[in-house]
Ligand binder design. Sequence first.
Ligand code: BV8
Ligand code: ZN
Length: 255
Amino acid sequence: MITETIPEIVNEKLKQARVIGAFTGAGISAESNVPTFRGDEGLWTKFKPEELANFNAFMKNPELVWEWYSARKKIIHEAQPNPGHLALAELEELVDEVIIVTQNIDNLHRRAGSSRVHELHGNIERNYCIKCGETYTDDAILSGTLPPKCRKCDGLVRPDVVWFGEYLPQDEFTAGEEAAERSDVFFSLGTSAIVYPAASIPQIAKRAGAFLIEINPETTPLSDIADVTILGKTGTILPEIVKSLRSIKKEGTNN
Ligand code: BV8
Ligand code: ZN
């Protein structure tokens, strides 16, 4: 079902749910003014993410790749969690288990208060030396010249994110698969669902029997298998969903 409003079945499924999973992409951070990847307002529209977020591009032109990442780091440092992130954090008060499996590297789910977050593609606030593995915070490196060099071995320092052609952190991906398999209701929020193997997570949830709810302003390849696709912004729809679940739960306790 593809709709612009929240169908009653969503409230029914959420009321009964014990475990809720949420797979999120750049769209959930769009209302925090963090640009998405493939939208036309994309940060560096002249480049495709695949061209910059890859190891060869980094080795060939570390200055350019670091210009892109330091621009994004500055935007993310200024960014605040938006009502979509906050609604997911609030859901933890209403449901036994809420597990976030995110492709985002902006740390906004944790900053919104979500306590169980699995980062499939790393975290832009972490950096490490490609030679000796020494780790660096943003403060340590953004004040210096780019590309940053390791103070221990003079190796190149890179952001701790998963680039195209690189493997995802196995523990995070396994945790994401397990969350998908255990979820009664599984959300796919603000993602074009085209980057693999991350995009297999909501498919695993559906195959394992979860009720799959997609919230995105446009349809995606996932819309074919989602039980419900709500065409809208997560910053608008998620707070509405959490508000009605809260009142249903309150009624339940009153009578
Ligand atoms: C891998 C971190 C095994 C970095 C990212 C050829 C060679 C090598 C690999 C491949 C290949 N061909 C295909 C592949 C696999 C490749 C892949 O899937 N490519 C895609 C493009 C087809 N995957 C990989 O390479 C992965 N690794 O396969 O390793 C391997 C190993 C060796 C050799 C071969 C294979 C690694 C993928 C991880 C890449 N890293 N990010 C960084 O961020 O800098 S991916 C990047 O895309 C982000 O993580 C992002 O999250 C992710 C997905 O994008 P979305 O989040 O969905 O964002 P997008 O802009 O696309 O969509 C936003 C949506 O939000 C839109 O639908 C929009 O309508 C909506 N929206 C807008 N506003 C709102 C909204 N929604 C709600 N509310 C709003 N207000
Ligand atoms: Zn080093």
